[in-house]
Design a protein around this ligand. Structure first.
Ligand code: SF4
Ligand code: SF4
Length: 141
């Protein structure tokens, strides 16, 4: 693929077409979900419990960092039976910004790995490619 045609060069255009398909895959995949003070306050408020209770029930310390999920500690995080996040409104910033992460868009390989697991991102790429195809067909008329 020519350099200028790489998907990572069209991050903004692709993300403009992104809509979550609610597969729950990004919450289920093994990984760690870190939270900061603001995230913890927001989620504990959402759960209607004190910050102390939240820390006791939902926080795991990983090298001094606060996590609400790791591959061993609450691996499904706040995902409920219907594959929805039960603290959706107060979910951490990292969840709100997915898949607009530097680590995803740093290479074509990392983007392709994410496309394989996120149906919303796959659809956004397809929509972007379809729009481009239509534009190029119109030009050739
Ligand atoms: S993997 Fe993608 S489509 Fe599925 S829940 Fe996460 S953001 Fe939404
Ligand atoms: S906080 Fe919600 S959106 Fe974020 S990983 Fe956990 S279940 Fe998924």
């Amino acid at each position: 693929m020519m350099k200028q045609n790489k998907l990572i060069n069209f991050r903004k255009e692709i993300l403009n077409n992104f809509k979550c398909q609610k597969s729950g895959n990004c919450c289920k995949c093994p990984g760690t979900v870190y939270v900061n003070k603001e995230d913890k306050l927001n989620i504990s408020k959402d759960l209607n419990i004190s910050l102390t209770e939240f820390n006791q029930k939902y926080i795991y310390q990983d090298n001094g960092w606060d996590c609400i999920s790791t591959s061993r500690f609450r691996p499904r995080c706040f995902l409920n039976e219907s594959n929805n996040c039960s603290v959706y409104q107060s979910r951490p910033k990292s969840c709100k910004t997915y898949p607009n992460w530097e680590s995803i868009w740093e290479s074509e390989d990392s983007l392709n790995n994410e496309i394989a697991q996120c149906p919303g991102l796959k659809l956004a790429v397809k929509k972007y490619q379809d729009i481009n195809q239509k534009k190029s067909n119109n030009k050739n008329f």
